[in-house]
Design a protein around this ligand. Structure first.
Ligand code: XLS
Ligand code: CA
Ligand code: CA
Length: 439
């Protein structure tokens, strides 16, 4: 096992069970434990986000870096990238996760030209491939950073400048090649700058057409290189742009449908993006899942008192349980997973805090998996819901939904009936039932 950057952790984080008081042990996540026919590792498919965990330096809009990582010290950019990747794989192994995710610019530095940047990426992809082979850690998804470089300040795919759109397309081509080379199981598109700041300078219709064309080109290229991974779109309403086109699951689904892209994409739902859109995490998951389009999850949480993307580690059992109910309800995430798109707080300066953070997130989902499976096995919610809609199983309900009747026939039926009964939705009873399982 690699052992250079996290010397205080000498062996993989063990599972010790819920009685354990060891903060560096799992209390619930036991990767081989079987739950409803699959192991916990197969259900949860945890992934580490390279950008936060390996690249994060604790800086924010008001302050300089507060994390001083050994792996950030080499002065030469490529040497620094390699040290960072060594730290990454050491961390993945010691934590015991099977997957990681990256943006192209996370793993390799930008050069002075696009050609040099591509060469840097090629070097780092070869390095990642070697480390993946040595450790067995796999790539959940790759993506292109189309928001950091100032050239994308007015959009990438939706830039008003065709040359900038072309640069973004070339970058995505290269990022797709990298993801394929590393056996990535998915590829994510997140439009951080694909939106507008002011309508005074923006043609929304044209920009949406550009975005659709961009995605169609990616679909065509994917086919041409035989990349089998799933394409994912990640909704987010705002930040960095004031309004982003893929603002939430419903808007993104409508966009994909309007432009003939539905068959080629699924959604990557992030908790904090849901709450920024004024929805709950589970609402976004449920909307995507109901459309058969929930592909993967960026697992984190926001802060209800802060109006921005705080990307905190998920620790709220209600939220993770509601999420696991949706995920189990659709029989898992397929090639997707639970990617911790989350960062430790600026004041959590010690590298060991990265372990505490991930252990907490993994346990919060493992515990939620156990709770959700029991709720499903006991049918306490599903039987209530089935009964709630029971009037559609026969009689007038079945006739309406089969399409065999219309307003005039229905009126005749209503005229022959007594008034419908008002039935309780039993929300408080159901909330109490949920609470009784959260132990
Ligand atoms: C930013 C997004 C980003 C995507 C990948 O808010 O969450 O990190 O997941 O580009
Ligand atoms: Ca994300
Ligand atoms: Ca985020």
């Amino acid at each position: 096992m690699l052992n250079r950057f996290f010397p205080s952790i000498q062996k993989p984080i063990p599972f010790e069970g819920k009685q354990s008081k060891n903060p560096l042990a799992f209390k619930y996540y036991d990767r081989e434990q079987r739950v409803g026919g699959r192991t916990m590792a197969e259900h949860l498919r945890f992934s580490v986000a390279y950008w936060h965990t390996l690249k994060g330096d604790g800086s924010d809009m008001f302050g300089d870096p507060s994390f001083f990582r050994e792996w950030h010290k080499p002065a030469d950019p490529l040497e620094r990238a390699k040290a960072t990747m060594d730290a990454a794989f050491e961390f993945f192994q010691k934590l015991g996760v099977d997957y990681y995710c990256f943006h192209d610019r996370d793993i390799a530095p930008e050069g002075s030209t696009f050609a040099e940047t591509c060469r840097n990426l090629d070097v780092m992809v070869a390095y990642a491939k070697k480390l993946q082979q040595e450790t067995g850690v796999r790539l959940l998804w790759g993506t292109a950073n189309l928001f950091g470089n100032p050239i994308y300040a007015q959009g990438a795919a939706t830039s008003p400048n065709a040359h900038v759109m072309a640069l973004a397309a070339a970058q995505v081509k290269h990022a797709l090649d990298a993801t394929r080379e590393l056996g990535g199981e998915n590829y994510v598109f997140w439009g951080g700058r694909e939106g507008y700041e002011t309508l005074l300078n923006t043609d929304i219709k044209r920009e949406q057409q550009q975005m659709a064309r961009f995605l169609h080109m990616a679909v065509e290229y994917k086919k041409s290189i035989g990349f089998a991974g799933q394409f994912l779109i990640e909704p987010k309403p705002k930040e960095p742009t004031k309004h982003q086109y893929d603002s939430d699951a419903a808007a993104t689904l409508n966009f994909l449908r309007e432009f003939g892209l539905l068959d080629h994409f699924k959604l990557n739902i992030e908790a904090n993006h849901g709450t920024l859109a004024g929805h709950s995490f589970e609402h976004e998951l449920a909307v995507a899942s109901a459309a058969g389009m929930l592909g993967s999850v960026d697992a984190n949480r926001g802060d209800l008192l802060l109006g921005w993307d705080t990307d905190q580690f998920p620790t709220d059992l209600y939220s993770t349980t509601m999420a696991m109910l949706v995920i189990l309800g659709q029989n898992g995430l397929g090639t997707g997973g639970l990617n911790f798109d989350a960062k430790v707080r600026r004041s959590s300066t010690d590298p060991v805090d990265l372990f505490h953070a991930h252990i907490g997130g993994m346990d919060a989902f493992a515990r939620a998996l156990l709770i959700a499976q029991r709720i499903i096995d006991d049918k306490v919610l599903s039987s209530f819901v089935a009964e709630r809609y029971g009037s559609f199983n026969g009689g007038i309900g079945a006739r309406i939904m089969s399409g065999k009747t219309g307003l005039a026939d229905i009126e005749q039926w209503v005229l022959t009936q007594p008034a419908p009964l008002l039935q309780s939705g039993r929300q408080e009873m159901l909330e109490n039932i949920l609470n009784s399982y959260l132990q």
